[in-house]
Design a protein around this ligand. Structure first.
Ligand code: ADP
Ligand code: MG
Length: 730
C-alpha cells in the first residue's frame, strides 16, 4: 500500500485511535492528522506551568518526579456506598516539580505498581484536571507519559530533554495530547515526503524549508529556531494559496463580459441638477472612478469604505442612476428590514418625482424604486415582483429576500451591497447569479477595515475610501458615564431633556430586548443581566423622562411596527427612541443629536462607533454618553475610553480587530478560508500576507491556470471548491 495524504487513518492506525481521532476531532485522513498542529509547546522549566494552574482546568504539564509516597487510606463513613472501617485502599502520592521548584501532587488509588516507574528524578508529561485538596493543588489519577531514560547515563535523557519542545495538541478526553503525538509520529514515519506544492524559485528566494521538513519540524521541533522556520514556511503556504484563490477569482471576474453603461444620462443629470448640496471632493473622485468602471466592458468589483455619514449612499445612488439611465436595473441589498425600508424612503425622497416613473406628470427620464422584504404581503410582493420583472422598477431595494428564487430581474446590471460585514461572499454571489451577465458590484461598508483584512476577506475587490465628512458636520462628543454614580445619571437624563427641549431627539440603546427573552444574560454569579429595552423604557416613562414621548424599537417587533416606529421617529413624533442595536446600521434621522448607550461595555468597539454615528448627522453637534459599570483600569473601561477619545474609525477598527479572534474575523465572510488558515494571523502576519499577495499576483499574471505549478494549483482548486461547496449548502 502506498500511503499518501489522502490515505484514510483507519488503514494505518489502530481502531481505538482512528475512531477517537475521527469522532473527537473530525480527522479522517493522513493529511487531516498531519495538519492538526500543536497549539503550544511544553518545555521543561516552563515558567508559567505549575505556578499558574487554575482549579478545574485541564492541563498538561512537564515536570520531574521528586518523591513517591505509599499510603494506606481507610475510606471514611461519608458519602454514598462508603463502608466505615472498610478495607483500606492503597494511595500512591507522587510529588512532581517544575524547574523553578514549584510542586504538584499526583494521586493514584490502588495502583501501587506505578511507584516502580514514577521514581524520583524522572521527567514526564502529566495531564489531568487540576483539583485542590487541603490547600494543595493536585491531579487525581492523571494520565502521564514518562520521557525516555538513558540507562547508561541517567543525566543524558534530561539533558537531551532540556532542549526539546514537547508538542501539546488540541486533545479530547479519550485521546490525550501525547497519544495524538504518537499517532502523528507513526504517520509521519510512514508517509513518504509529500511533493512540495510551493513554487521552487520562490521557496529558494525566501529561504523557506521544504514541505516535508516543515511538517516534521512543526510536530517535533528540535529548537525554537526549527519551529520558527517550520511555522514561517507553513504560514507562507497558507497565505500564498489563499491569495492565489482571491487573485485568480479577481482575474477571472475581470475577464468576464459586462454590460457597459455610458457615463451620465438624462436621469443622472436631472438628479445632479436638483441635488441641494455640492459633492465632497472624495465623492466626486470615487464617483468618477465608479462611473468609468460602469462604462467599461468588464464588471466592476469595488469596495467602498467610508465612515458613517460620509455620503456613501449618495455615491451608490448616483452610480445606480447611471445604470438605470441606460436601461439596466440596480439592486441594493441591505442587512436589515429597517435599513432596507429606510434606504427606500430616503432614496425615494432624494429622487422626488424622478421616482414616479409611469405616473401622470412625472419627468420622462423617471424610474421607480421598489422595496422587497420578507414581510411584504402576497399582493405587495406580486406587484413588486412584476415591476422588477418588467423593468418598471429601475432600482430594487431589499434584504436577503432579494436572494430568493422567484425574484426575476429584467436586466440586473449593478448590485450594491450595503454594510458588507453582515453578508458573506456567498450571498453576494447568490445575488450576482441572478444577472444574465456578470453585474457590476459595489460593496459599501462603514466599518473601516484594516488593510490586511481587506486584502483577505475582500481580497477579490478593488477598494476606494471616502475619508472626509460632508461640510457642516460637527464631530460627535463622546463621554463615559459611571452607571453607579446617581448624580451622573441624573445629569445624563437631563442632557437628553435639554436636547428635546431644544427641538431635537435622542436614542437610548440597551444590549437586550427583555420580556420573555432567554438570551444569555451573562448573568452568572452575582452579575445582573444586561439592561433590556422593555424595562428601561418603563423606568424612563415612570421617572427621568416621564413627560417626553418615548418609542420602542427592537428586532422582535414585526416589520410593520418597526416601520411605523421609525417613521414616527423620523417625523419627530417620538422624542426618544429606546432601542437595541437594530439602529446600529445606517439609520438616518438628522434631527437626532444625543445618544445614551446603557451597559456600554457589552458592545464591541466598532459597534459603539457605528451606533454613535446615528447622532450628529445634521447641523447640530452630536453627543454620545457611554454609561457603564466597568471600573477604571479594567479592559472594558479602556475600550470605552478609546471610543470616547477618538472618532477615527480606522484606529478603532484596528483596536477592535486585536481583541477579536481570527476565526471571527474570517468567519462570516469566507467560510472556507477559516479551516484553511491555521497558523496565519491576519494581525500579526500582515507582512507575509502582503508579500504573498504580490507573489500570487505575479504568478497568476504569468500563468493564470497555474499549469507550471500543479501542486499549488491543486491546493488553490481545493480551497476554491470548499467555498463553492458551502455556497450550495448555503
Ligand atoms: P453613509 O451612507 O456614508 O452613511 P449617506 O450617504 O447616508 O452616508 O449620507 C449621510 C447624510 O449626508 C445624508 O443625509 C446625505 O443626504 C447627506 N450628504 C451626502 N453627501 C453630502 C454632501 N456632499 N454634502 C452635504 N450632505 C451630504
Ligand atoms: Mg449608510
Amino acid at each position: 500500500m502506498t500511503i499518501g495524504l489522502d490515505t484514510r487513518l483507519r488503514e494505518v492506525l489502530g481502531k481505538k485511535t482512528w475512531e477517537a481521532l475521527k469522532d473527537g476531532l473530525g480527522l479522517e485522513t493522513v493529511g487531516d492528522l498531519i495538519g492538526h498542529y500543536p497549539f503550544r509547546y511544553a518545555q521543561r522549566g516552563e515558567r508559567t506551568d505549575l505556578g499558574a494552574l487554575e482549579i478545574g482546568e485541564d492541563v498538561t504539564v512537564a515536570a520531574q518526579v521528586r518523591a513517591a509516597v505509599q499510603k494506606s487510606f481507610v475510606p471514611k463513613g461519608r458519602g454514598r456506598g462508603a463502608r466505615p472501617g472498610g478495607k483500606p485502599r492503597d494511595l500512591l502520592e507522587v510529588i512532581v516539580a517544575d524547574e523553578a521548584g514549584r510542586t504538584l501532587t499526583l494521586t493514584f488509588f490502588n495502583q501501587a505498581w506505578r511507584a516502580k516507574e514514577l521514581v524520583a528524578g524522572r521527567w514526564g508529561l502529566f495531564a489531568g484536571k487540576v483539583a485542590q485538596f487541603r490547600g494543595r493543588l493536585q491531579l487525581n489519577s492523571p494520565q502521564y507519559q514518562l520521557l525516555a531514560e538513558d540507562a547508561a547515563d541517567p543525566g543524558s535523557a534530561i539533558q537531551e530533554f532540556a532542549g526539546t519542545l514537547i508538542p501539546v495538541y488540541p486533545a479530547t478526553a479519550e485521546l490525550p495530547s501525547w497519544n495524538i503525538a504518537k499517532a502523528i509520529h507513526t504517520v509521519l514515519d510512514l508517509v513518504p515526503t509529500p511533493p512540495d506544492p510551493f513554487p521552487r524559485a520562490l521557496r529558494e528566494e525566501l529561504k523557506l524549508l521544504g514541505y516535508g521538513t516543515a511538517l516534521r519540524q512543526i510536530h517535533r521541533p528540535e529548537s525554537h529556531e526549527a519551529l520558527g522556520a517550520a511555522k514561517k514556511r507553513l504560514k507562507w503556504q497558507e497565505a500564498l494559496v489563499m491569495q492565489a484563490v482571491l487573485v485568480r477569482r479577481k482575474a477571472e471576474a475581470a475577464g468576464d463580459a459586462a454590460t457597459a453603461y455610458a457615463r451620465g444620462g438624462a436621469l443622472l443629470d436631472a438628479f445632479d441638477a436638483r441635488l441641494p448640496f455640492a459633492l465632497t471632493e472624495g465623492q466626486r473622485q470615487v464617483g468618477d472612478e465608479i462611473a468609468a468602471e460602469l462604462a467599461g466592458e468588464h464588471p466592476m468589483h469595488r469596495l467602498l469604505q467610508g465612515d458613517v455619514g460620509s455620503g456613501k449612499t449618495l455615491v451608490a445612488l448616483r452610480a445606480m442612476l447611471q445604470v438605470v439611465a441606460h436601461g439596466g436595473q440596480a439592486a441594493l441589498l441591505a442587512p436589515t428590514e429597517v435599513l432596507a425600508a429606510q434606504h427606500h424612503r430616503s432614496i425615494a425622497d432624494m429622487l422626488g418625482d424622478l421616482a414616479r416613473g409611469g405616473e401622470l406628470g412625472a419627468p420622462p427620464e423617471a424610474t421607480r424604486v421598489a422595496l422587497l422584504t420578507g414581510s411584504a404581503t402576497a399582493a405587495q410582493r406580486r406587484t413588486v415582483l412584476d415591476e422588477v420583472k418588467t423593468n418598471t422598477a429601475g432600482i430594487v431595494i431589499g434584504t436577503h429576500a432579494l436572494l430568493y428564487d422567484g425574484v426575476d430581474f429584467a436586466d440586473l446590471g449593478f448590485v450594491v451591497v450595503d454594510e458588507q460585514h453582515r453578508f458573506g461572499v456567498e450571498q453576494r454571489d447568490a445575488l450576482r447569479a441572478k444577472a444574465k451577465r456578470t453585474p457590476h458590484t459595489l460593496v459599501m461598508t462603514a466599518t473601516p477595515i484594516p488593510r490586511t483584512v481587506a486584502m483577505t476577506v475582500y481580497g477579490d475587490l478593488e477598494t476606494s475610501r471616502l475619508t472626509e465628512l460632508p461640510a457642516g458636520r460637527t464631530p460627535i462628543a463622546t463621554h463615559v458615564v459611571p452607571y453607579t454614580d446617581q448624580r451622573w445619571m441624573t445629569r445624563t437624563w437631563n442632557r437628553v431633556r435639554e436636547e428635546v427641549a431644544a427641538g431635537r431627539q435622542a436614542y437610548v440603546v440597551c444590549p437586550r430586548i427583555g420580556g420573555d427573552d432567554v438570551e444569555d444574560g451573562g448573568g452568572n454569579g452575582d452579575k445582573r443581566p444586561p439592561l433590556a429595552v422593555v424595562d428601561v423604557i418603563e423606568h424612563l416613562r415612570g421617572g427621568p423622562l416621564q413627560d417626553l414621548s418615548l418609542g420602542l424599537l427592537h428586532g422582535r417587533l414585526d416589520a410593520d411596527e418597526k416601520d411605523r416606529v421609525m417613521r414616527a421617529y423620523a417625523a419627530g413624533e417620538i422624542d426618544v427612541l429606546v432601542a437595541t442595536t437594530v439602529i446600529e446600521v445606517g439609520v438616518n434621522v438628522p434631527n437626532a443629536t444625543a445618544m445614551v448607550v446603557l451597559d456600554a461595555e457589552r458592545f464591541g468597539i466598532s459597534q459603539l462607533h457605528q451606533l454613535r454615528g446615528r447622532v450628529g448627522r445634521g447641523a447640530h453637534p452630536g453627543l454620545c454618553l457611554l454609561v457603564s459599570e466597568a471600573a477604571e483600569g479594567t479592559s472594558s473601561r479602556e475600550r470605552l475610553d478609546a471610543v470616547a477619545s477618538t472618532t477615527d474609525g480606522f484606529a478603532l477598527a484596528e483596536l477592535d480587530l486585536e481583541q477579536r479572534r481570527e476565526g471571527d474575523v474570517l468567519g462570516a465572510a469566507q467560510s472556507g478560508m477559516k479551516s484553511h488558515v491555521k497558523l496565519l494571523s491576519l494581525l500579526k502576519d500582515a507582512d507575509i500576507i502582503e508579500a504573498a499577495r504580490a507573489e500570487a499576483t505575479a504568478l497568476i499574471a504569468a500563468d493564470p491556470q497555474l499549469k507550471g505549478e500543479p501542486g499549488l494549483a491543486e491546493l488553490v482548486d481545493d480551497l476554491a471548491a470548499d467555498r463553492g461547496e458551502f455556497l450550495e449548502k448555503g
